[in-house]
Design a protein around this ligand. Sequence first.
Ligand SMILES: Nc1ncnc2c1ncn2[C@@H]1O[C@H](COP(=O)(O)OP(=O)(O)OP(=O)(O)O)[C@@H](O)[C@H]1O
Length: 399
Amino acid sequence: MTSLARSVLALTGLRKRFGATLALDGVTLSVGPGEVLAITGPSGAGKTTLCRVVAGLETPDEGSVRYGSEPMDDVAPGRRRVAFMFESYALYPHLSVRDNALSPLRAPGGGIPRERHRAIVDETLGLLEIAHLADRLPGALSGGQKQRAALARALVQQPRALLLDEPISHLDAKLRHKLRGAIRQRLMTRESPSIWSTPDGLEALSVGDRVAVIDRGRIEQIGAPEDIWLRPATMTVARLIGDPPMSVLSGELEGEGDALVFAREGLRLPLPAGLAADAARATSRRVSLGLRAGALSLAAEDAAGAARGEIYSHEPFGKHEIITFSVAGGAQIKIKTRTAARVRIGEAAGLICPPDALALFDTETGRALPASAARHTTHDTRDHARPQAAVATTGDLGR
Ligand SMILES: Nc1ncnc2c1ncn2[C@@H]1O[C@H](COP(=O)(O)OP(=O)(O)OP(=O)(O)O)[C@@H](O)[C@H]1O
């Protein structure tokens, strides 16, 4: 077997149209050897199409796919040596779970000595907690069990690139949380690039070395999980990522003495110095303010510096609570608190917005305002020839 496993997977200018739908709109990105790129976006954003183009199951209208220096555009799917876990599983109905997982290893060019097949498969079934189902046929499995059988079939291979399309979406929350760590550990030991697609932004942040956020076929932002979390490049990213995501309110910039104020009906917030510097360079006064739920807090209605409003709803979730705060005019802001707050629906309250809770966007373009935007990228500029800096993790990302 020729080993191309340490190659960079590079996608350049991919465009794919289905009738009136532009499923991929100029996607350029690369995934390094051993790297996991998590791609996240809402339903219909283009995640599956991206995976299918990489696997050769869909031909792009424009753009190209390369492994290392080798263009893949004219290479048939079966010869690309890509392991693709389909969102629809595509299990062989007449084969047991074990035989489904063994099937790619037994195919010509599988590359792994035959005597090791059974041990690799059984270890992977154990990792995914389906060893006890090894002899069952897919027809006798639940949706989540089928999903893990399909995942096992992808994980046992030694491909040039591994594509996992929503690999754990049908598992219960506890198992999903447990397995995303276990699978990520497994992927880290590989030399091939991996793409992990998921509609769950937090899952993407927890499994990806880098994360690409896609919407309507366009990459909105690509970067380290921390960047996506702390510095969303666009309003779309801000609205997609987070638990709950930022509340994004449209308004206007107004001068008030030396200060710049974000103003809309029911809300006037003086901008902290850093944000005011960004805002001063805005070309339009029409801006949108992002408020990060976990950095906001409630205060008394008349507390100094608090914005006034009332409690619209209160959802206690055990470890944390989500409070929806509404201001005059009806705009709603989500607050996430750890402490059990004593709040009553309809009660007047104040909202404290520290500087790190806020992000500012140009309403027209949807992009973060200049000074912040300089730190962002929607283009993949990583040079995979250089060693990658270790990605620091933060407790907030829940890895
Ligand atoms: N074969 C096809 N024919 C027509 N339209 C298609 C086809 N495949 C995908 N699309 C459209 O292209 C867009 C992108 O679809 P895609 O399946 O890539 O999204 P996705 O991000 O994977 O969504 P989901 O999370 O729901 O799986 C959608 O609007 C979809 O309806």
